[in-house]
Design a protein around this ligand. Sequence first.
Ligand code: SF4
Ligand code: FES
Length: 239
Amino acid sequence: MIMNFRIFRYDPEKDDEPYYRDYEIEADPKDRILDCLNRIRAEKDPTLSFRMSCGHGVCGSDGMRINGASALACQKLVRDFKENEEVLIEPLQVFRVVKDLIVDLDPFFERYNSIRPYLITKNPVPDKERFQSVEEHRTFEDAIRCILCACCTASCPVNQDKATEAYIGPASLVRAFRYLFDSRDEGSTERIALLDNKDGAWGCQTKWMCTKVCPKEIPVTKEIFEIKKRILESRKGKK
Ligand code: SF4
Ligand code: FES
């Protein structure tokens, strides 16, 4: 089938302004949008820039906006679009464009690192593993699916608003949830201190866009709500 793409283009080293370029290609209904982008780059325009690696929804590198919604290009199939429909491809919002569909994710990972995304332990290392029951593991197993694609943060109206852009964003909060609710973690006091502020968990205004776009179907908004509940419980414990 014939597919028409309108793709955002911008090379800050050469272009005064971003612009859009149209491409028409032949595609199989089973192709993914990522296959189409690869074909456009191979056959029509080698200057088109985008990130990709695994091609299978694992690495999180091909987050972009497809018809206005953040998504992974490797998880969208051609057959989900109509023949001759114009498919609009743009870079993720919120982040600075480096070139075409590539955005600067350094601020995303700086915020992610700020929540201490690793197990904090205080007791000596046990002889065997740190034991955890299946039920305890289930508490945070949705959050483990996060591939740090940044689709949620890019879609969040709070992160998109210049006045509240310091908010650490949903992806960092999903990872914070993952450790806060891990029975083996012993850093809840430090974690709650990092999250209990207007740019932490309280920055979330429950707009649900993160949950809507997450390609791994993580209940992002619900997990942020659970963090808020845990913060309130800890405040009561201090009284
Ligand atoms: Fe991507 Fe979902 Fe993780 Fe956000 S929570 S970074 S949308 S996988
Ligand atoms: Fe790895 Fe899409 S290319 S998630």
